[in-house]
Design a protein around this ligand. Sequence first.
Ligand SMILES: NC(=O)C1=CN([C@@H]2O[C@H](COP(=O)(O)OP(=O)(O)OC[C@H]3O[C@@H](n4cnc5c(N)ncnc54)[C@H](O)[C@@H]3O)[C@@H](O)[C@H]2O)[C@@H](O)CC1
Ligand SMILES: Nc1ncnc2c1ncn2[C@@H]1O[C@H](COP(=O)(O)OP(=O)(O)O)[C@@H](O)[C@H]1O
Ligand SMILES: [K+]
Length: 490
Amino acid sequence: MMLKILSGNQVKALDAAHVKLKRISSLNLMECAAAGFIDWWKSKNFDKNSPIYVFCGAGNNGGDGFAIARLLYQSGFHIQVYKCFGDATRLSPDASINFKLLPEEIRLKSWQEFDFANGGILIDCFIGVGFQGALRTEAQEIISSINSFQGKVISVDIPSGLPSDDMLEGVCVKADYTVTFAFPKLSLLFPEHGHYTGDLALVDIGIWEEEYLPFESPYFFLRKKDISGFHRKYSRFSHKGDFGKVLITAGSVGKMGAAILSAKSALRTGSGLVNALIPESERHIIQISVPEVMCLFDLPKDLTGFDAIGIGPGIGFEKKAELLKSLFEGYSNPMVLDADAITLLGEHPELLSQIPKGSILTPHLKEFERILGKTNNHKERLGKASDFCKKWKLNLVIKGANSVICLADGRQIFNSSGTSYMATAGSGDVLTGMITSFLGQGYSPEAAMICGVYQHGLAGEIAGKGKRRGTIASDIIDAIPETFVRLDIS
Ligand SMILES: NC(=O)C1=CN([C@@H]2O[C@H](COP(=O)(O)OP(=O)(O)OC[C@H]3O[C@@H](n4cnc5c(N)ncnc54)[C@H](O)[C@@H]3O)[C@@H](O)[C@H]2O)[C@@H](O)CC1
Ligand SMILES: Nc1ncnc2c1ncn2[C@@H]1O[C@H](COP(=O)(O)OP(=O)(O)O)[C@@H](O)[C@H]1O
Ligand SMILES: [K+]
């Protein structure tokens, strides 16, 4: 089971059902959230001498803030709590109890008394998923002031002012870190909001995935623990035929790197046999750099012997629409379409209906526009992707941070692995090779995308750890085998 991403409106009902099931109080759950935050805090090793300012609203997000302030105070940190509400405001019941539990020494001052030129750490517990309507004037002022703070800002559950399921319209807190509870709120995964959310951490507050079952949502969050269930098991007697024979159609004059990267990635992901369809004039470069790959110079008449086909990286455009057509005519199993193949589909929409059902298209945002048209934002993009997948019975991987796997049945799965060090030429070619390889090993399109996308991100993390912005696509390939080790996949 994968973690469901619910809407902000569903959170109250989820919490209420959880509290009932576990026979605890909502106050216990708030304490659990605060304790989870403290665990994350400890993992960060923030400077013990740094002053900490906790900005609290009157709702349960503020309640989290009071509890966090108490726990940090007990651990010896220098805390001051600031209230973002007037004296006459009634606190939510749990916030009120946590307010009363605050030690006398760190009792509240009003946010207006705070000098935003201060340094240190500001914990933003002003507004959480209970944000509704348009921000009131004072709230706008508070948020703009928080954004003028010179130190680090940590938002609890969600940056205050960011709607949990929609695009930001007004102002919201710009956080360096967002520590969110139970599941990532949908809007935290939109690229447009990256500037506001900062680094994202997910804190488990003890709600099991089964407890999400009664709640409808097409969105899921893919984590490390989900991956092994999608993998095939091999036996001692497995032979190379069991690991699949794939065809990678990639590269052209001047772009043979794309073919090398995709083909090598397929091998490193476990394919038994990798054939590359390339221009004959370019054979030396690939045969020298990846001797394990066999080269073809013309599309074979019979394609049925291939367990999977991946097409697109660096193929160029000359006569390639015809190539796509021939592939679609000669092959009826799901294939992987990337890069130039996607651009060609944008120019030849009449080909969309001929793509084998269940195939996987892996566009980055620009390529996405070429087949699905312009979108104003990620929310709209997800909607268009869902309609497209259902209409054509195809799957999409919308690439980027938190790549989204869009399935033909409408489910959309956000990936959690990866690093910005992967924003480097050729890393998409690596993904094409990996997904094609899993498809060829007999994985369903869903399993191939899930394992491919997650492990691609994990390989990027492994490669990026030591090489940071010096990471190149070949480093990601070199790290693929280590991903099987980390996931304990034999
Ligand atoms: N038992 C629970 O329900 C739990 C809730 N938790 C926390 O509770 C939060 C949700 O709490 P609530 O539902 O009380 O809501 P919030 O505390 O997120 O939001 C309500 C507060 O925001 C203000 N606000 C809302 N819309 C506004 C607007 N347009 N302009 C200005 N101010 C506005 C309200 O006046 C109120 O003070 C979560 O984000 C999470 O941080 C966690 O403690 C986990 C357990
Ligand atoms: N900031 C990021 N965080 C995580 N992954 C990223 C990030 N930027 C890029 N990636 C990943 O790197 C790959 C880039 O693919 P693509 O844009 O096709 O590159 P190229 O065309 O150079 O091969 C995608 O899989 C994408 O998810
Ligand atoms: K907040």
